[in-house]
Design a protein around this ligand. Sequence first.
Ligand code: DP6
Length: 320
Amino acid sequence: MDRKNISCAKANANIAIIKYWGKKDEKLKIPFNNSISFTLDAFYTITKIENSSEDEFYINDTKQDEQEKTKIFNFVKNFRSDFNQKIKISSYNSMPTAAGLSSSSSGFAALTLALNKHFNTNKSIDELSRISRLGSGSSSRSFHTPFCLWKSDDDINSIGTKVDSNLDLSMIIVIVNDKKKEISSNQGMKMCVDSSSIFEKWYTQANIDSLKMISYLKNNDFTNVGKLMESNTNLMHRTTLFCETPFSYLTYKTYKVIDLIKQIRKSGLECYYTMDAGPNVKILCKKEDSYQIYEILSKTYPKDKLILSNCGKGFEVWSE
Ligand code: DP6
């Protein structure tokens, strides 16, 4: 068999149930507050790296522009010691890129794992989580499944760690818009750090929420996990409304999904909403109820706009 020696990695995206929103240190990506995530089996990135005559970067077979390429190859420096060893990086996202569906979390985690394999750097999981964070903060949480805590320690070694829980949960994603967002999460959180009048309230509360969330997860208390995820989401999105130039990631379509979730809940099926830097809604529920909730949602939304996902099974690394 013709082996081209391609280094490959697959990482799941993660969705925050306590949000990361604001950096104390932009360059090192040190967050103001702790965050906690849930990994998704259906949302992932596969990244392949092979030696090449020039540095190249592709997402879903599309060559990326110079700006994207420069960003990615600055990150490659964390692994490549010989600059003359050129590589081609090809990434494949299972979900729309940069639409608030957490593609950067799986993107940088998969890239980190593939680079570690390609350059034989043999770094530990903690070290990989730390390096991945430098690419995109949320990706530091993609190294542990299903629940991961990323602490806001004033520490350049800030990494994701596993949170214990026996909860068996699923997420249903309602895609109301899969276009690339106008204000990236990086820009949005910076605007909030710089000018949101409730920013201090946000991160103080988020740190309190994270401790409560750890205890609800440990006690397998789904009702309180869901309620706290919603209140944390609501406060994060309120920060954007209190900026000098207010903005919002949420649209009337988002609120229509939220109304439906509230109705489903009233009917006795427990489910809770969260949104990130985009209008799409992620619904957390018990795995045992997930199909029934999916069927109810599909009466209002076409099935190609609904994605039902169980928790991620963990990353994979291999060669081809
Ligand atoms: C709203 O990790 O995409 O999804 O560190 O600037 O790359 P950078 O930001 P990113 O931010 C994610 C923000 C969020 C909440 C979360 O995932 O915790």
